[in-house]
Design a protein around this ligand. Structure first.
Ligand code: CFM
Length: 528
């Protein structure tokens, strides 16, 4: 690996970024830009409002609720209550794939909106919403309908929850609403929380059927972007693990309703779904384990962690067999690309989980993630869950309902005794633990929360990374600077990148992207 010693010092780069801001902004941004030292308990400012005027990567609360968490649910009709723009822009913009179940119900290709007009803003939109629900029911007869409020709905004060219960009563199907107005909270993260609360209140626990299977699991926080969940499902099947539900990639409402019968919850994206994991533990006694299926080693490690939890010899043998079958292909692909990728620099600025997970894949092909950050994560995603008690609740977080969850008197059943969990922890299988990104990043890496376009420009011009990973809003700006850009939200129409096969896809993609000759041609001949 080419050492970092020849690169510009991170301190100088941070200084360069901060010195151009007005003093107040410098003060605020300096708390969100950290030169990483995994040995120290560093504090980062996260999950706070973006400074007005700064071009952020963030999305809104509605995006997190309707787009991220509920978007992949194929058999719930998701109606956007608001102007058509919000509905249209959330329609198929995220590559959460699905397979229609045996009943063939799949509403994902549709865009449902109440398309409210000026007169509804003046006189209220509840009547229109009722009519929309009735119309959906008449045409599709779905099992469930969800309503998502956008900004103007919150401002005019339509009571979507009252409409939902009235229509639920009238039509006899599950109907529920989300107060996920775009402005609620500082980013899409607020929307995740609102989504989690309502799924938990309105669906989880409705079906007590106990399914066959010795090792029943839920996979939380896997949204099947580019088919990731398909590969993970295949892997579980081979290992003999019974998947009860996925939140929410390739999911169905019936799976959520039955998910409280699982033996173990696996949390893939901690940021978007840790609330459901915690609530299921409190109410039903299901412990949760943080896993990660991004990266060959991480996939093997996560599978082994699951078998250690179940402490079953046959399961462990099957898992080892699967790893032994899959790993050689991964190693071979790695060796193939390594001569062209080793020592090169990557930067990752996405979401609330992938900026961490994808560093594994880069490590595996010898690449160094010199700078990374999340769009909307909270401090625990950076510093680990140990900081949870220290996180201040501010006005923005107070805006979001915190459900009070108690033990379900009839259905609470601790899957493991606290003694057993302690013994497991001594063996290295600790439940509800997440160490965060900063602890696993190299010393002297730059960590930036809610990076702005201006900060991106400085990082890129000073470090000239081999690849910059972010989203569509960043893509073409970065490419115009002559730097290869990989979208890590939608994978640039590629993927899947999860599990063993996904790792192979990723290595090949990155090799192609950073080594294509096109980058030599982007300078105009007269500029050369
Ligand atoms: Fe979780 Fe996600 Fe992400 Fe996320 Fe997202 Fe996404 Fe993401 Mo885009 S749930 S936090 S809100 S892993 S849509 S599938 S890629 S920003 S890093």
């Amino acid at each position: 690996m080419s050492g970092r010693s020849e690169l510009p010092k991170p301190g100088l780069i941070v200084e360069d970024i901060l010195k151009r801001y007005p003093p107040k902004v410098t003060k605020k941004r300096s708390k969100a830009i950290i030169i990483n030292n995994p040995e120290m308990d560093q504090v980062i400012m996260a999950n706070v409002r973006t400074i007005p005027g700064i071009i952020t990567q963030r999305g809104c609360c509605y995006a997190g609720c309707k787009g991220v968490v509920l978007g992949p649910t194929r058999d719930i009709v998701n109606i956007t209550h608001g102007p058509i723009g919000c509905g249209f822009y959330s329609w198929l913009t995220r590559r959460n794939q699905t397979r229609p179940g045996p009943d063939g119900e799949n509403y994902m290709p549709y865009c449902f909106s109440t398309d409210i007009q000026d007169s509804n803003i003046v006189f209220g939109g509840e009547k229109k919403l009722k009519e929309a629900i009735q119309e959906v029911y008449n045409i599709f007869k779905p099992k469930a309908i969800a309503i998502f409020s956008t900004c103007p709905i919150g401002l005019i004060g339509d009571d979507v929850h009252a409409v939902a219960s009235e229509m639920k009563e009238k039509l006899g199907i599950n109907i529920f609403g989300f107060s996920c107005e775009g402005y609620k909270g500082v980013s899409q993260s607020a929307g995740h929380h609102i989504a989690n609360n309502q799924i938990f209140k309105n669906i989880v626990g409705l079906d007590d059927t106990v399914q066959d299977g010795d090792f029943k699991i839920n996979l939380l926080g896997e949204y099947n972007i580019g088919g990731d969940a398909f590969l993970i499902e295949e892997l579980f099947k081979k290992c003999g693990l019974t998947l009860i539900s996925t939140y929410s990639g390739n999911s169905s409402v019936d799976q959520f309703a039955n998910s409280h019968t699982a033996d173990l919850n696996l949390v893939m994206c901690h940021r978007s779904i840790n609330y459901v994991a915690d609530m299921m533990e409190k109410k039903f006694g299901i412990p949760w384990l943080k896993v990660n299926f991004v990266g060959g080693e991480a996939t093997a490690h996560s599978l082994r962690k699951i078998t250690e939890y179940f402490e079953d010899k046959d399961l462990s043998n099957r898992v080892e067999k699967v790893i032994a079958e899959e790993m050689p292909g991964v190693l071979e692909a790695r060796e193939e690309v390594m001569p062209r990728t080793i020592g090169k620099l990557a930067m990752i600025f996405v979401g609330g989980s992938r900026a961490h997970h994808y560093q594994n894949l880069f490590n595996e092909i010898g690449m160094d993630t010199i700078a990374a950050g999340y769009e909307f994560a909270h401090r625990d995603d950076y510093e680990g869950r140990k900081v949870l008690p220290k996180i201040k609740v501010d006005a923005d977080s107070r805006n979001i309902e915190e459900l009070v969850v108690d033990k379900d008197e009839n259905r609470y059943r601790p899957r493991r005794s606290s003694n057993e969990l302690e013994t497991l922890s001594e063996k290295g299988v600790t439940m509800k633990e997440y160490n965060g990104m900063m602890l696993e990043m190299k010393n002297n890496s730059i960590v930036i929360d809610d990076i702005s376009q201006y900060e991106t420009e400085i990082l890129i011009k000073r470090y000239k990374p081999a690849v910059f990973c972010a989203g569509i809003k960043e893509k073409y700006v970065v490419q115009k600077w002559g730097i290869p850009m990989k979208q890590l939200h939608n994978y640039d129409y590629g993927g899947p990148f999860a599990a063993f096969k996904g790792a192979i896809n990723f290595y090949k993609d990155i090799d192609q992207i950073i080594n294509t000759k096109i980058w030599n041609l982007i300078k105009a001949p007269w500029d050369k």
